[in-house]
Design a protein around this ligand. Structure first.
Ligand code: CP
Length: 301
C-alpha cells in the first residue's frame, strides 16, 4: 500500500487539519522529546532557495528525533539524467522513509510520490501548492481568534503565481472562512472567484471589513516581463502602508508568508503594527511541521 503523503491541503479533511493544529499547539506547550521519529530517516531535497521552510523543517525533524540528510540539488544525480522514479527507488532502498521536497516545477512532488515507497511532503512546488505554509497560517489565525469559521480573510497581491495563496484558499474554505482575493486582474483574474471566494479590486474599500489581511510577495521570478511592466503603480493601489493600517478594524491581524519586500507590498509601518503576526507564523512553522511528520509516519495519537 502506498504511504500517505502531504502534497496539498486537499489531501487532508477539515478534521485532520484541526487535529494537526491542535497537535502543533500541544507540541508548542509540551515538547514531545526525540522519540517520535527515532530511527526514521528523512531527506530534505530542495531545488529552490528557502530560508523559513528549509530551516523549520530541519529544526522540526531534529526535535522529533529523525535522522536527517540534506541533499543539495547540485549533489543529486537528477542533474546527471537520473529520473525521478530512479531517484525515488534509490532513496527508498537506503531506508529513507520521508522526503521533504521543494521544486520550481508544479507537480514535481506528485511525480516523486508516485514512485517513492515512503512519505513525500511538498515544501512548495512552482506556483501550485505549499501545504505546510498554509497549515502554519491557519494555526496563526486559529490561535488568534479560536476559530476560522465565519472570519473574513483577504489575500492581497500576486495570488495568481502564489502557491501559498492556493493552499491557503483550500484550507480557509475547508474550515469555513470567507475569502476575498484582492489585486489587479493580471494577478487576480476574475475566474478565481468561487464558492466563498470573492475577487475584489479596491483594497481601500475592503480593508475595514477584514479580520485577517494576508499580504503576498510579487513573484517576479514567475511573472512575464510584459505583465511586470503594468505593475508600476502597484504600490499606490495595493501596498499596505500607515494610512491603510489606520482603516483596519482594531482586532484585525496582518500576515505575510515571507520573504516580504519592504516598499513593495508593505511599508515599514506594517512591521511596527500591533497586529503584525509574521513572527508567530514563523514560530508556528516548526510545530506544524513536527505535527505533520508525526501524523504521516505514526498516524493520529
Ligand atoms: N514562506 C516560505 O516558503 O519561505 P521560504 O521560501 O524562505 O521557505
Amino acid at each position: 500500500m502506498r504511504e500517505r503523503s502531504l502534497l496539498d491541503l486537499d489531501d487532508l479533511t477539515s478534521d485532520e487539519i484541526s487535529y494537526l493544529m491542535q497537535r502543533a499547539t500541544a507540541f508548542h506547550a509540551n515538547p514531545p522529546g526525540r522519540d517520535l521519529l527515532r530511527g526514521v530517516t528523512v531527506v530534505n531535497l530542495f531545488f529552490e532557495p528557502s530560508t523559513r521552510t528549509y530551516t523549520s523543517f530541519s529544526i522540526a525533524e531534529a526535535r522529533v528525533g529523525a535522522d536527517v540528510v540534506a541533499l543539495p540539488p547540485g549533489s543529486s544525480s537528477l542533474g546527471k539524467g537520473e529520473t525521478i522514479e530512479d531517484t525515488a527507488l534509490t532513496l527508498a532502498a537506503m531506508g529513507v522513509k520521508v522526503i521533504v521536497t521543494r521544486h520550481p516545477e508544479s507537480g514535481f512532488p506528485y511525480r516523486l510520490a508516485d514512485s517513492f515507497a515512503g512519505h513525500v511532503i511538498n515544501a512548495g512546488d512552482g506556483s501550485h501548492a505549499h501545504p505546510t505554509q498554509a497549515l502554519l497560517d491557519l494555526l496563526t489565525i486559529w490561535t488568534e481568534f479560536g476559530r476560522l469559521a465565519g472570519l473574513k480573510v483577504a489575500l492581497v497581491g500576486d495570488v495568481l503565481h502564489s502557491r501559498v495563496a492556493r493552499s491557503n484558499v483550500i484550507g480557509l474554505r475547508r474550515l469555513g472562512a470567507d475569502v476575498t482575493l484582492i489585486g489587479p486582474p493580471t494577478l487576480v483574474p476574475d475566474a478565481m472567484a468561487g464558492d466563498g471566494v470573492h475577487v475584489a479590486r479596491d483594497l481601500d474599500a475592503i480593508l475595514p471589513q477584514m479580520d485577517v489581511v494576508m499580504l503576498l510577495r510579487i513573484q517576479r521570478e514567475r511573472i512575464a516581463a510584459a505583465v511586470l511592466a503594468t505593475l508600476d503603480d502597484y504600490g499606490r493601489s495595493y501596498q499596505l502602508d500607515a494610512r491603510r493600517l489606520g482603516s483596519l478594524a482594531s482586532h484585525a491581524i496582518v500576515m505575510h508568508p515571507g520573504p516580504y519586500n519592504r516598499g513593495v507590498e508593505l511599508t515599514d509601518d506594517v512591521l511596527g503594527y500591533g497586529g503584525w503576526r509574521y513572527a508567530q507564523q514563523v514560530s508556528h512553522g516548526v510545530y506544524v511541521r513536527m505535527a505533520v511528520l508525526d501524523f504521516l509516519v505514526n498516524g493520529r495519537a
